[in-house]
Design a protein around this ligand. Structure first.
Ligand code: BMP
Length: 267
């Protein structure tokens, strides 16, 4: 059903997680369903990229553990630019351990992810306690706790990955049990198959003019994933930060993904 519903309409459906509602409204207001993956190696590059593409994105995705000089300056800078340019921050940490350990990885150590990332993601191969553990840690560490949300990795973009069939189905089952905390999925197609499902699907492995990277990554176009596979947000890394003019490239992806969305909902 969500395939033909607008982001705006979906923001106020029942059982939508608070962060999902906020994000859906932000997407509608800024007219952007683009997330840029900021896979750069210094704080300077990260903040510069955030400034350059900030107006064109609904979300910035980070891998904090690849930033050489990650620290308080990175966190304060990110928060400031995100507030100014109105986007959410998603740390692509891919938690995948027992509950007790992921709570520590989420809240402690040099990254203190819970302090600055609105959205995080996790694998459910360790079992569903990973969801409750992360939810509890967010609840205890952040006030108000509603500003943190989880994406479950249900499918991956890389060739030969094992996240298919019943594994993917089980991700949806666990998400439906936790709609307050789980906002959606990382997947290659929409997984909203039951009436009432309103999960947000974010899709990496998007680049215009490339099919792969020689290391397993597989690329699709914005039209394919948003228009045909019915997903909600494209995640683009090298396609944007690898360009000479990053601002212009982000705009190009934004426009293509937005048109694909409008075409799909029949706007
Ligand atoms: P790029 O567009 O440069 O290929 O980067 C894709 C980004 O999305 C990387 O940060 C990668 O870690 C992430 N990603 C992915 O490519 N495929 C997945 O299935 C899940 C991911 O998080």
């Amino acid at each position: 059903a969500t395939i033909t519903q607008s982001y705006q309409e979906r923001a106020s459906l029942p059982k939508t997680s608070p962060v999902a509602s906020y994000l859906l409204r932000l997407i509608a207001a800024k007219q952007t369903n683009l997330c840029v993956s900021a896979d750069v190696s210094t704080t300077r590059e990260l903040l510069q990229l955030a400034e350059e593409v900030g107006d064109s994105i609904c979300m910035l995705k980070t891998h904090a553990d690849i930033i050489n000089d990650f620290g308080p300056r990175t966190i304060e800078g990110l928060k400031e630019i995100a507030a100014k340019k109105h986007f959410l921050v998603f740390e692509d940490r891919k938690f995948g351990d027992i509950g007790s350990t992921v709570q520590k990885q989420f809240t402690a150590g040099p990254l203190q992810i819970v302090r600055w990332a609105n959205i995080i993601n996790a694998h459910i191969f360790p079992g569903p306690a990973i969801i409750t553990a992360l939810s509890q840690a967010a609840h205890d560490a952040v006030k108000p706790p509603l500003l943190r949300s989880l994406l479950i990795l249900a499918e991956m973009s890389s060739a030969g990955n094992l996240m298919t069939g019943s594994y993917t189905e089980q991700c949806v089952v666990e998400a439906r049990k936790n709609p307050e905390f789980v906002m959606g999925f990382i997947a290659q197609r929409t997984l909203n198959e039951q009436p009432g499902d309103n999960f947000i699907t974010m899709t990496p492995g998007v680049q215009i003019g490339a099919t792969g990277d020689g290391l397993g990554q597989q690329y699709n176009t914005p039209e394919k994933v948003i228009g045909e596979a019915g997903t909600d947000i494209i995640i683009v890394g090298r396609g944007v930060y690898g360009a000479q003019d990053k601002r212009a490239k982000a705009e190009e992806y934004r426009v293509r993904a937005w048109k694909a969305y409008e075409g799909r909902i029949g706007a």
